[in-house]
Write a protein that binds this ligand. Structure first.
Ligand code: PMP
Length: 444
């Protein structure tokens, strides 16, 4: 398997050279918050796969729902006026749970194509309302929005721009609200005021009548788990309304209990014009993403498109019945105590990580529910980064694996944690104890 993997399987976002040299770690099974590799080693998954297996592994109710749907009707198209029961039921339940009037749901296959779909719907909306010149879209530095051409362009992480000819001409970025590395006083009011001013300036520069939307993650995930100050999200929502541009929340990571509530926007009672989700929607048991749009956007597109003219956007696997059946079973779990357990585990994680923060190598700890970032520094006073030649990310991943834990080591000295919502406090303790030892072993 290792040889075949090396010779034939292209891995997502990986160094092809390193991968061929090092070989893969093959995971074979999982139960609860644990996975087992092909050599029988048990690993506590502190990252929920790729921030997605929110309900944990091996949930029988999810497997049963998938099996039942798969054996009864594995596929039905949503084209040509057809539908399937599971997708309809899931859309209805999601609309009832989503913030405000986000009552219309389009299902994609994952997060990248949810973002790409949102961008296309925004285009349709601007055409429908007679403002096709509103084509520019603004995101945040350190933002991640997927790997499609448009998603990679809206992303502002250098790896995704390298040799890729993105951002596209209509994609722009303003600085991330990053308290720990803020160049000024780092105060919440200052950071919020600066973000609002940056957005206003960018819109002014491009022309208010030329800008369609602002996209952001309520908490930036792949950019290093950047938690903005309280009030930031509401301030950005408000500014978008004032500027007459759409506010789109990318909740691909933050959705489905990751930060405590079902959606992170709820924390500040923010109602976006559009919202993208994936990952926790099906908790990794099958691929699925979704775009929520407001009634206002939906009806504008509908009412300005003649009957008989299709809205030209959709994929073979939009609203896939097996994924939808899984989504329903996963929602049952969230509502049946999993969100509650996640909040309890999250509070414990915050307590444990904050207690670790006096370690000389830990510069910053940021936690929101079960989403956490730990930023390592060579010197706490100056916040100097560890020497580049330490290759911290690969060292940390290796040491973590040896210690029996999985987490994400970002290239820029940041450790990401996103344990499943089913974790017990004892499992959070074990994860933190092992992680502390892994970090402490880095000491010169
Ligand atoms: N948006 C955000 C905020 C994400 O974190 C991700 C994936 N990490 C995506 C979009 C893309 O989702 P996917 O990998 O399912 O295509």
């Amino acid at each position: 398997l290792l040889r075949t993997d090396r010779d034939h399987l292209i891995h997502p976002v990986s160094s092809w050279k390193d991968h061929e040299a090092a070989g893969a770690r093959i995971l074979r099974s999982g139960k609860g918050a644990w996975v087992t590799d092909s050599e029988g080693r048990d690993l506590l998954d502190g990252f929920s796969g790729l921030w997605c297996v929110n309900v944990g592994y091996g949930c029988q109710s999810v497997v049963d729902a998938a099996t039942e749907q798969m054996s009864r009707l594995p596929y039905a198209t949503g084209y040509f006026g057809f539908a399937n029961e599971a997708a309809i039921a899931l859309a209805g339940r999601l609309a009832a749970k989503a913030p405000g009037d986000l009552n219309r749901v389009f299902f994609s296959q994952g997060g990248s194509d949810a973002v790409d779909s949102a961008l296309r719907f925004i285009r349709f909306y601007q055409h429908a309302r007679g403002t096709p010149q509103k084509r520019h879209v603004i995101g945040l530095s350190r933002g991640y929005h997927g790997s499609t051409y448009t998603g990679a362009g809206l992303t502002a992480l250098s790896v995704f721009h390298r040799d890729a000819d993105v951002p596209l001409a209509w994609q722009h970025h303003i600085p991330s609200p990053y308290p720990y590395r803020h160049a000024g006083d780092g105060q919440p009011e200052t950071i919020i005021a600066e973000s609002v001013a940056s957005l206003r300036r960018k819109v002014e520069e491009l022309g208010a009548d030329q800008v369609a939307a602002f996209f952001c993650e309520p908490i930036q995930g792949s950019g290093g788990v950047i938690v903005p100050p309280a009030g930031w999200l509401a301030a950005m929502r408000h500014t978008c309304t004032e500027l007459g541009i759409l506010f789109v929340a990318d909740e691909v990571i933050t959705g489905f209990g990751r930060t405590g509530p079902l959606f992170a926007c709820e924390t500040e009672q923010v109602v976006p014009d559009m919202m993208t989700v994936a990952k926790g929607l099906t908790a990794g048991y099958a691929p699925m993403g979704a775009v929520f749009m407001s009634d206002a956007i939906y009806t504008t597109i509908r009412d300005n498109t003649p009957a008989g003219v299709p809205i030209g956007h959709g994929m073979t696997y939009s609203a896939h019945p097996v994924s939808a059946a899984i989504g329903l079973a996963v929602l049952d779990l969230y509502e049946g105590g999993m969100l509650e357990n996640g909040r309890r585990a999250g509070a414990h994680l915050a307590e444990r990580l904050r207690a670790m923060a006096d370690h000389p190598l830990i510069g910053d700890v940021r936690v929101s529910g079960l989403l956490a970032g730990i930023e390592l520094v060579a010197d706490k006073a100056t916040k100097r980064k560890p020497a580049a030649d330490l290759q911290l990310a690969s060292t940390l991943s290796r040491a973590g694996y040896e210690a029996g834990i999985l987490f994400r080591a970002f290239g820029d000295d940041i450790i990401g944690l996103a344990p499943p919502l089913c974790c017990s406090t004892a499992e959070i303790d074990l994860l933190c104890d092992r992680l502390y030892r892994v970090i402490d072993d880095l000491r010169p």
